[in-house]
Write a protein that binds this ligand. Sequence first.
Ligand code: PXG
Length: 467
Amino acid sequence: MPVPIRNHDIAELRRLDLAHHLPAQTDYKLQQELGGSRIITRADGVYIHDGDGHQILDGMAGLWCVNVGYGRQELAQAAYDQMLELPYYNTFFKTASPPPIRLAAKIAEKMGGQLSHVFFNSSGSEANDTVFRLARHYWKLKGQPQRKIFISRWNAYHGSTVAGVSMGGMKHMHVQGDLPIAGVEHVMQPYGFGDGFGEDPAAFRDRAVRAIEDKILEVGPENVAAFIGEPVQGAGGVIIPPDGYWPAVEAVCRKYGILLVCDEVICGFGRLGQWFGHQHYGIKPDMIAMAKGLSSGYLPISAVGVADFIVEEMREKGGDFIHGFTYSGHPTCAAVALKNIEIIEREGLVERTRDDTGPYLAKALATLNDHPLVGETRSLGLIGAVEIVREKGTNHRFLDKEGEAGPVVRDLCIENGLMVRAIRDSIVCCPPLIITHAEIDAMVAIMRKALDAAEPVLRGLKADPAS
Ligand code: PXG
């Protein structure tokens, strides 16, 4: 079926955007100075199109989420069919509808092991709020109500709600809203390039794991509810932990009887070449949060996978888990997620990421290592980062512009037709899992072009192209 291409009045949209719309995580002063947002009007495959006629390779899969790529008519059809049959019903009053039940069973199959139950929400933040409340509820039922503390890492991203920001380790987010709330502690991140540069990776790993154990001992193991972490930290800068980190973290959690929670919001649904990121690391979390790739972002839906022993405790003791959202188990969102998983299975996107495109991306990014601005390239599956440094062979940043080298390169990537994110002084990518070798080559070629163009700007030899 041909997709209708609508003609949008972009000038009017820009005017209305400025007049009425407050976009997410935006400097509203800058938004005004720039004259409004870039308006994305349509997308197909791995490409997005803006209202000014640019075609841009979407190296970020939207916001780390469009795993099956854009323009999937099957997903539109699944939503259409479900909306006609039953657009909405809730799961509060001893009711449910077919899609969330089937989706829960499907997710349980993918999680495997002790994770066989699922609680639905709409966003990754809500999934982590559910984790937060469920863990505390569990410990109360177990007769250990003092186990309230969550341990997380600096620079983790667990969402934008009060619990999400609190568990997250973004200091600039904590400043707004007087967060974190009580009962959340942060420890060092396993960021080799940033915090363990030049250190033996095994020694760095041990130091990062010891930081968790030290924190547990500092606050008292009997007070700790859970440790939460993304298998690979996404929004923190694609931080891939050193070998052996996760099994060692798991062992520390077991040693003190602490719940282990993996935030799979980015790492789930094939991103790291397994259905879930923790499976790559061979660990067995007690809860996992998932969102984004669950529906490839076509509709908002998230879930928490819950271990059997937690469910058994609630079943044995009885009483409501007094938690849930209007859209928990939303039939239309669940129907789209089911179809999305079917597509991932049918097209073998998990295996393709693990065996083919993931290793190909790693090799392609590695070709940038000869560039004078590149300090390191790293990737796992289809998520990667390029570190920008002032002096090759070091992790020294552009001192007078710390945190600005990233945005300069990012803007040049976008100008040259590639959407990426800048995280401090790195460029990160997380393309749709359908990306081909040729498209990966195109992505890396644009990165090189942007790095070339950025170098004289960053070294102060040429004016900032934006100014
Ligand atoms: N956990 C992780 C690991 C995430 O990446 C969330 C939870 C929250 O999900 P929701 O659906 O509530 O947004 C996320 C979201 C960025 C950026 O700056 C990343 C996210 C969201 C917004 C911006 O790259 N990740």
